[in-house]
Design a protein around this ligand. Structure first.
Ligand SMILES: Nc1ncnc2c1ncn2[C@@H]1O[C@H](COP(=O)(O)OP(=O)(O)OP(=O)(O)O)[C@@H](O)[C@H]1O
Ligand SMILES: [Mg+2]
Length: 362
């Protein structure tokens, strides 16, 4: 925020004082800043964005700065029609500043397509990482269709202590979801800016405490909303979930491309619903074909992390609020996720913690 005092805002004065800085997240040497901008001024704001990026990158200890514009009318653009209200009266809004220093790694579980099993994978992966002795949190970033309340069987409302929300806990995992804060039956008509501020809040205004890993369950798709999210959440890496079908794979490729664009390393691809083993005869059927994700991972030069079968037990345990790794940690399904989690843990621990060189986007 101090660095942004040297950046000029469009209407004069400094960017820091303009009230347009809506979020700052710092993870290690990476800083993520979001600036609320009137869409009509997007072109002019691009210069401010670049200045801000340069200023933040010059902060000692910061190696990478990602500054994004969020489509929101800047507060000073909203002129009050109330009598006697002076524009200068508008107090600058305080940016939500989240220093996530107590969280070692933040990873996203994402896919291009909906319904391929991201949430199921994220939950079981989180449990698998916890089983290896890590302190783990799960952030349900799907603000349109939150899954964590159902998956973890959590209903309570988070308590607030010292201005921060205390995440709920299940199987030793700290869980936060927008679903804890709103009623299931309330239709969610989220506008872009609300989505990004909801995420910033769930990152910065939740008492996560010390964590080895925060697993972020991303909403489906690779549109602007997801891109913004991928930029606003300080990610150490991304895990892509895909079914073996060609169509899902095309979307998985898009997801890989999206994370590369925002310079987030793709840790690897998981093929979900990879094959089906008949519980009656033991015969195996490749319902959605098989092996496509592995071939694709090779072509994209990202690691193939493994296969998860299409299995009634996995669905039933998820629906019952007891993800299979928590419900039957010694069982064959848990073994699959534990193996995936071990690979992800090793990848995180061995990947260079230095940020990649900053690419100047034209
Ligand atoms: N390996 C599996 N075997 C059986 N059922 C599965 C498997 N993976 C996921 N499912 C089931 O498929 C459905 C969709 O899974 P899930 O909600 O995890 O997908 P998603 O990608 O998060 O969806 P969305 O895009 O809506 O967020 C759920 O009912 C889940 O229980
Ligand atoms: Mg989901």
């Amino acid at each position: 925020m101090k660095a942004l005092e040297s950046v000029a805002a469009l209407g004069g004065g400094s960017l820091a004082a303009s009230g347009a800085v809506s979020g700052i997240n710092v993870l290690g040497a990476k800083a993520f800043v979001s600036i609320a901008a009137d869409p009509e001024q997007a072109t002019a704001m691009e210069e401010v964005r670049r200045d801000a990026e340069r200023a933040v990158r010059n902060v000692p200890g910061i190696e990478q700065a990602v500054v994004t514009l969020t489509a929101e009318r800047a507060p000073q653009a909203k002129t009050s029609s109330g009598a006697g209200a002076s524009p200068s009266h508008a107090a600058p809004r305080r940016a939500a500043i989240a220093t996530l220093d107590k969280i070692r790694f933040v990873i996203a579980v994402a896919s291009g397509k909906g319904g391929v099993g991201k949430s199921t994978t994220a939950a079981n992966l989180a449990l698998g990482l916890a089983a290896q002795g890590w302190r783990v949190g799960l952030l349900d970033a799907d603000v349109y269709g939150p899954s964590a309340p159902r998956l973890f069987g959590l209903r309570a409302r988070p308590q607030v202590e010292g201005g921060k929300m205390i995440p709920l806990e299940a199987f030793g995992i700290k869980v936060m979801s927008i679903g804890f804060l709103i009623d299931e039956n309330v239709p969610m008509v989220w506008r872009g800016p609300m989505v990004s501020s909801a995420l910033t809040q769930m990152l910065g205004e939740v008492a996560w405490g010390e964590l080895d890993c925060l697993v972020v369950d991303m909403p489906p798709g690779t549109g602007d909303a997801q891109l913004t999210m991928a930029q606003q959440v300080p990610l150490s890496g991304a895990v892509i979930v895909s079914t073996p079908q060609d169509l899902a794979l095309i979307d998985a490729r898009r997801a890989v491309a999206m994370f590369r664009r925002v310079e987030v390393p793709v840790l690897g691809v998981i093929e979900n619903m990879s094959y089906f083993v008949c519980p009656h005869c033991g015969g195996r059927t490749d319902i959605f074909a098989h092996g496509g994700a592995r071939r694709d991972a090779e072509a994209l030069q990202v690691a193939f992390l493994g296969e998860v079968p299409l299995d009634a037990t996995i669905r039933e345990t998820s629906d019952a609020g007891q993800p299979v790794v928590g419900a039957a940690p010694q069982g064959p399904h848990a073994a699959i996720y534990l193996n995936l989690a071990a690979k992800v843990k090793t990848l995180l621990e061995t990947q260079s913690r230095r940020a990649p060189p900053t690419i100047v986007k034209g």
